[in-house]
Design a protein around this ligand. Structure first.
Ligand SMILES: [Zn+2]
Length: 279
């Protein structure tokens, strides 16, 4: 099985009004696909760099032009998305796993496939390397940028950033510093930790007559682990200020922060917002 480390660049609409709204709000149209193929030992064995002529957002946004260094003239005579993606698919081969830095590229790829009425069921499984990087290198739960990750690994940037091909090269270099086997084996857990550190699990406990009654609700101290579902119990919350309370819980996946926000409706009923996230 090979790893396909990929990165994309996309053009964006000039304004909300000129954005494609249907069947989805199209935030970006792919104009470059870069990828490095690694074998099971994480050695680079092939690469691909495709420029794509835009269909929906034909005018290259000045910001994208500046950021990527891509020029409208360079894109004009390139393959359209349908052909480019067919070439990419062929190049990927049958038995592979896709690796990216962050969640955005995969989402944009899916959106673009949908816009062109193309199936996505051929897409190999795609993993975000950030959770694996956090666990093995950073020992911290947050979304590191590729640049920051490279810096932590002493990878000196010499190529222009924000070019899909160059970023794919750099992502592959970061991937080579990781124990991919271990990371992939534990991916659901590592990705879950990253995901829940970003988004948290938010719940609302409504309809209390007083602040005291709201805070006395036993349900506030009981929660299930977002990763494995195990029941967890908070011993006590510390008051931060009048409206906020917090606690921390040690789990086998790391430290969970539990925060309570005490709110009031217009009709003066109290309710509590609880947010649970990995820190
Ligand atoms: Zn758990």
């Amino acid at each position: 099985m090979n790893y396909i480390v990929f990165d994309m660049e996309w053009n964006q609409p000039y304004s909300k009004e000129s954005a494609i709204q249907s069947p989805i709000y199209l935030t970006g149209e792919i104009i470059q696909i870069g990828a490095i193929k690694l074998n099971e030992k994480a050695q680079a064995i092939d690469c691909i760099n495709l420029l794509v002529a835009p269909t929906f957002y034909r005018k290259l946004h000045h910001r994208i032009r500046k950021m990527t260094g891509l020029d409208p003239k360079m894109l004009k005579d390139q393959k359209k998305f349908k052909e480019a993606i067919a070439e990419f698919r062929e190049w990927c081969g049958a038995d592979c796993l896709m690796l990216s830095w962050g969640y955005d590229d995969l989402q944009i790829l899916r959106d673009n496939l949908l816009m062109h009425d193309l199936e996505e069921d051929w897409l190999p499984p795609c993993l975000n390397l950030q959770g694996i990087f956090n666990h093995q290198i950073a020992h911290e739960n947050r979304q590191f940028s590729l640049e920051h990750a490279m810096e932590m690994l002493d990878i000196v940037p010499t190529l222009q950033a924000h070019n899909a091909f160059n970023d794919a090269i750099y992502t592959a270099r970061v991937a080579k510093c990781l124990d991919l086997r271990e990371g992939i084996r534990n991916y659901p857990e590592l990705n879950g930790i990253l995901w829940y550190s970003m988004h948290g699990v938010k719940e609302t406990f409504p309809n209390f007559r007083s602040r005291e009654r709201a805070l006395a609700d036993h349900r506030l101290k009981k929660l299930s682990c977002p990763i494995c579902g195990k029941t967890l119990k908070v011993r006590h919350f510390t008051e931060i200020d009048e409206k906020n309370q917090a606690a921390e819980l040690q789990t086998r996946h790391g430290l969970l922060s539990v925060r309570l926000k005490i709110m009031q409706t217009q009709k003066k009923a109290y309710y509590i917002k609880r947010t649970v996230r990995f820190v």
